[in-house]
Write a protein that binds this ligand. Structure first.
Ligand code: PMP
Length: 331
């Protein structure tokens, strides 16, 4: 019989798929996508969830029957919820009230508790998103907060899995690695591994929403989700990237739609952003170059936004001549 003991065993070892239709006509390099929606929770974040939990169990920070508390509404929450339920931990996620009902319901479906906090209060207010998770950690017995922004096991999970997988899958022929930067864990861990194993030969390219700190901005306004920051997280190693490519929302969303229509890859907006950067990198790369771009998640969580013509038109991403909204309306 061939089976896995738990869905957790399916994390990692995601496939590489060649991009054939979204690359420029004159591009001679090979562009490969690392498709992370094949993880059981549907995103790259499953990797950090299992590694952060393994480490906390080993160090004794997370005890049997303990509770995981993290301010997250998205992919990290799903990864943590899956690993937690399989290992007998409870999960409490804290998220702002602007988060969609669908995202909250996904976390609840996996058995997690979700505390929704008002967005319209100051950060120092005890009801704020920032304060509630700290209070819950103090109040709940045996609570542990992974804190993906500062946890070294976030980049380490990529150093130990994503990096070696890419080296192995490309038989050491990868020449460029392109990924978006959110916490910075993916690019820092994968990038460091690839630099070390290739003696610095692999070029590491970060993709960043225009306006975020990594490409010289101060934070939002941009609409692409899961990437870009308004501060410098500890999980981001500033020495790893050789280049940062800023990508506009418009280019990110156009590429996200093209990936679905032309490559059969229904993926999220940060995937379109990273792919847009990779396509630019590949245009100036040589015929023997292998450009790998990591696509963090699937597109089903974005059906009412990026894949909705009305939403796209409202923000001016599709030309319709109708009334437009501003980025601020969505934030
Ligand atoms: N894309 C999406 C959809 C994400 O949720 C994240 C994680 N915040 C990223 C990209 C960026 O990955 P990292 O945090 O490893 O930089």
């Amino acid at each position: 019989m061939r089976y896995h003991d738990s869905v957790v065993d399916l994390i990692g070892d995601t496939p590489l798929v060649r991009l054939r239709n979204v690359i420029g006509e004159r591009t001679r390099a090979t562009v490969l996508a690392k498709v992370e929606y094949f993880n059981p929770g549907g995103s790259v974040k499953d990797r950090i969830a299992v590694r952060m939990i393994d480490a906390a169990e080993a160090s004794g920070e997370l005890k049997p029957g303990g509770t995981i508390v993290e301010p997250t509404s998205g992919n990290t929450g799903v990864g943590l919820a899956i690993v937690a339920q399989q290992r007998g931990y409870d999960c409490v996620f804290v998220c702002p009230d602007k988060v969609s009902e669908d995202k909250i319901n996904v976390l609840r479906a996996y058995g997690a508790r979700v505390e929704v906090c008002p967005t319209a209060v100051a950060p120092e207010d005890p009801r704020s998103y920032y304060n509630v998770s700290d209070r819950l950690v103090r109040e709940i017995p045996n609570a542990w907060k992974p804190d993906q922004y500062s946890n070294p096991n976030n980049p380490r999970s990529h150093y130990e899995t994503t990096g070696p997988e890419l080296w192995d899958q490309t038989e050491g022929r990868i020449t460029h690695f392109v990924a978006g930067i959110g916490t910075g864990g993916t690019i820092s861990g994968t990038g460091r591994y690839l630099k070390e194993i290739s003696n610095g030969a692999v070029r590491i390219v970060g993709a960043d929403p225009e306006g975020s700190v990594y490409s010289g901005g101060t934070g939002r306004p941009y609409l692409v989700e899961g990437v870009g920051e308004d501060f410098w997280p500890d999980a981001y190693d500033r020495s790893v990237c050789d280049e940062i490519v800023p990508v506009s929302d418009s280019d990110s969303f156009e590429m996200t739609r093209r990936l679905a229509r032309e490559e059969g890859l229904l993926v999220g907006g940060s995937c379109g952003m990273a792919a847009a950067a990779a396509v630019r990198v590949a245009e100036t790369a040589g015929p023997d170059d292998i450009v790998v771009v990591l696509l963090p998640d699937g597109g089903r969580g974005y059906l009412s936004k990026i894949f909705n013509d009305g939403w796209m038109a409202r923000y001016g991403f599709l030309a319709t001549g109708g009334e437009t909204a501003t980025v601020g309306d969505a934030l």
